[in-house]
Design a protein around this ligand. Structure first.
Ligand code: GLC
Length: 728
């Protein structure tokens, strides 16, 4: 007994010591910061608050204070950009590992994988000598048309919150700052720089802010990026409610607020509402042609003059500089900072693992997948997406990977016995790295070739979907229709007409309309998977890996079935000036469940090559107090003859309530890996305070007492058991 208590004591003191050490460290740093601030001239302070180049801010050479260097993006470190233009710098040593885009990471429902992702991309950012990695993006998936959904973590704030925290923590363990973005309500690209979003406080706090709040309060993110759009008439990048009151006030954020590139619009607001580092301004008449136009930034000479003539207190710039210096002590001034690494086998393994676990099996009639590699069969891999680069394009998240294994390449390398043949079928125009000139490709002949190829094969794998071109999955604007472009629906039916054995790989970062679904026997959602795309796809297609991904967003059958599109133009995309989130808190599956509109594929849905059941579901109690935690236990059983992973999901709803509610909301999940025939009992704990709703009448969170229903299953539309509990 003595030995045990000694151990407990030792643990307690070491924890206290560590916390104390952190506090001492923070105090030490704060003292250093104060002493540095006292040495700086006003001009030097102001110069630190805005860009000196496309992706860097000034230091103070006189005092040995370094510059700060930033780089995109959320799923890879972007190639070096020129000092003062968007042109690439043409370096030959800046190619990197392209990791899967974040919708794939979200689909893995595996926070441990998110930690590995963050560690790896942080090592690559450190190696590329970046102090701030401009990612992850966590804007909620409100409409399937948003051009940047592929960069984000889906439609559910709980899933996004749970998946973003490990990523940020592990980027920052490399002494590189993550910069969670875009704060806030940047849920479309159309009119992104000007649109004014109107949304209720409840939807703001319950749907659109939670992932940012988790980044700040659970992951201690060191930087956050403002968004382009307005909210209630004010630009979000320097917004009194968002950046001043909520972020730096209520959430006590001690890091830096960085603007999006040219998202700052006003000196006084930027000064007093909490913008710390202004980047990319080149609009509003400040023109990039002006010599040394950086002096014309809102937080440059206008800011200096406002302080000099007393319109703004010097303490305002001092706070910004303190935050910037704290960022430096956490990154570029960190002793023994390390050197990072790039393009390592370890990073390639993580990229492949995230891809493998994020891929979602959506349909598998007569076990079309997996496809066995055997002598004598011919597999036709058809479609432009079988070879098109998907790391090129897409906007600021585009990458220059050391390599990118295409779906065709991956399948060719994996299948040694079967004969693999290929036809492009159609060409949509050059991607950045694509050296095929469309004029030399006659679309009709491409089509005919593909049909002939399909006729020769035993199995046809059509690789379709979207791509990273403008008006597809790309920053800067949204898709203009929910369907697949380039007449793919017609093409798929032509392929089916000549070969009944047709499966499809859907390369998108978004939901799409699926009128062609009955024409494909098997359907796999393969995301944008980066460097290891082809290998991960071949791993799943061949059965080397059993798919375990679950959709992080719903696939509505029709666009009008989606909440953002139900209320017409004013809701999406707005009237060019304002837009109103009229679906309010009913985003994604919350809309489908509550309005009883069945989606094509539901949030949380994904098939496997084996069969699972969830049984013996129970809660530890039936009655809970506000301080309690609901302990859900269940057994997950692998009933098939293949090892695999399942995601047990717990949703909670309140039928009788004094406020509007979604039928149910995700409040817990756990991914379980099981050998064939195995079972495992798991616990999912749900603190009662996470059931709070945002009470607008008191501008605060409140847990409503009364009866709640727990829904336990393996998808939002696949519930095994409901359990009623009371909170009293
Ligand atoms: C872009 C993006 C932002 C990116 C920045 C720098 O406009 O909105 O996500 O980090 O500019 O490229």
């Amino acid at each position: 007994m003595i030995k045990y208590s000694y151990l407990l004591l030792l643990t307690f003191f070491s924890f206290t010591l560590a916390t104390a050490q952190n506090d001492i460290q923070d105090n030490e740093i704060n003292k250093k910061i104060d002493s540095i601030v006292s040495l700086l001239t006003l001009e030097e302070k102001v110069a630190m608050c805005h860009a000196q180049s496309k992706f860097s801010t000034k230091g103070v050479e006189r005092l040995g204070i370094p510059e700060i260097w930033m780089s995109d993006g959320p799923h890879g470190v972007r190639a070096e950009i020129s000092w003062d233009s968007w042109d690439y710098a043409g370096w030959t040593n800046d190619s990197i590992t392209a990791f899967p885009a974040l919708t794939c990471l979200a689909a893995s429902f595996n926070p441990n994988l998110s930690a590995q992702f963050g560690k790896s991309i942080g090592e690559e950012a450190l190696y590329r000598e970046k102090d701030v990695l401009l990612g992850p993006g966590v804007n909620i998936y409100r409409t399937p048309l948003n051009g940047r959904n592929f960069e984000y973590l889906g439609e559910d704030p709980y899933l996004a919150s749970k998946m973003v925290v490990p990523y940020i923590k592990n980027v920052q363990k490399n002494n590189v700052a993550a910069c969670v973005k875009h704060f806030a309500l940047n849920n479309q690209e159309h009119w992104r720089s000007t649109i004014n979003v109107e949304v209720s406080d409840r939807a703001l706090h319950e749907i659109y802010l939670p992932a940012f709040k988790a980044a700040v309060q659970d992951a201690n993110v060191w930087a956050i990026m403002g968004a382009y759009n307005k909210f209630r008439g004010q630009y979000t990048t320097h917004h009194e409610l968002l950046t001043k009151t909520i972020l730096k006030g209520d959430w006590n954020f001690d890091g830096v607020v960085i603007s999006d590139w040219s998202s700052a619009h006003n000196t006084m607001e930027a000064a007093v509402n909490g913008l710390d580092m202004e980047m990319g301004t080149g609009t509003d008449g400040l023109g990039t042609t002006t010599s040394n136009h950086y002096d014309y930034y809102y937080l440059a000479s206008p800011f200096l003059k406002a302080i000099q003539n007393g319109d703004i207190e010097e303490s305002v710039v001092d706070d910004k500089v303190r935050r910037i210096l704290r960022l430096m002590f956490r990154t570029t001034l960190k002793p023994n900072r390390g050197f990072g690494s790039v393009n390592t086998e370890a990073h390639h393994d993580v990229a492949r693992k995230v891809a493998q676990e994020g891929i979602v099996l959506l349909k598998n009639e007569n076990n079309f997948f997996p496809i066995e590699d055997k002598e004598g069969i011919t597999i036709a891999v058809i479609g432009e997406n079988a070879t098109r680069s998907m790391t090129a394009g897409g906007g600021s998240s585009e990458l220059k990977p050391q390599f990118e294994i295409s779906p065709l390449e991956g399948i060719k390398q994996r299948y040694k016995k079967a004969k693999i043949i290929h036809a492009m079928g159609y060409h949509t125009g050059p991607s950045v790295y694509d050296n095929i000139i469309p004029s030399t490709l006659n679309q009709d002949s491409l089509r005919v070739q593909a049909i002939e190829t399909a006729k020769k094969a035993d199995i046809v794998l059509y690789v379709g979907g979207l791509n990273k071109s403008h008006l597809q999955d790309c920053e800067g604007d949204d898709r203009q229709s929910y369907e697949l472009s380039y007449n793919q629906e017609e093409f798929i039916s032509e392929l089916k007409a000549v070969n009944q054995n047709l499966g499809m790989l859907l390369v998108t970062g978004n939901a799409v309309e699926t009128p062609w679904l009955s024409n494909v026997n098997g359907l796999i959602q393969t995301w944008y998977l980066g460097s290891m795309a082809g290998h991960a796809i071949a791993d799943v297609v061949s059965g080397d890996v059993n798919p375990s991904g679950k959709l992080p967003f719903s696939f509505p059958k029709k666009l009008k079935d989606n909440g953002a599109h139900f209320y017409g133009e004013l809701s999406y995309p707005g009237d060019g000036t304002n837009q109103y989130y009229k679906e309010d808190i009913l985003v994604g599956y919350r809309w489908h469940d509550t309005k009883k509109i069945e989606p094509e594929f539901a949030f949380g849905y994904g098939l496997s090559y084996t069969n699972f059941s969830i049984s013996d579901i129970s809660t530890d109690k039936k009655k809970y107090s506000l301080e309690d935690t609901i302990k859900v236990s269940c057994s997950v059983n692998n009933l098939g003859n293949t090892d695999g992973s399942e995601v047990a999901q717990v949703y909670i709803g309140k039928q009788k309530s004094k406020v509007k509610r979604a039928l149910k909301e995700l409040k817990g999940f756990k991914k379980v890996t099981l050998k064939k025939g195995d079972s495992k009992t798991i616990n999912i704990n749900i603190p009662i305070n996470t059931l709070a709703y945002y009470n607008e009448s008191i501008s605060d969170w409140e847990v409503e007492k009364g009866e709640y229903t727990l829904y336990i299953g393996n998808a939002s539309n696949s519930i095994t058991k409901k359990i009623k509990v009371r909170i009293q």
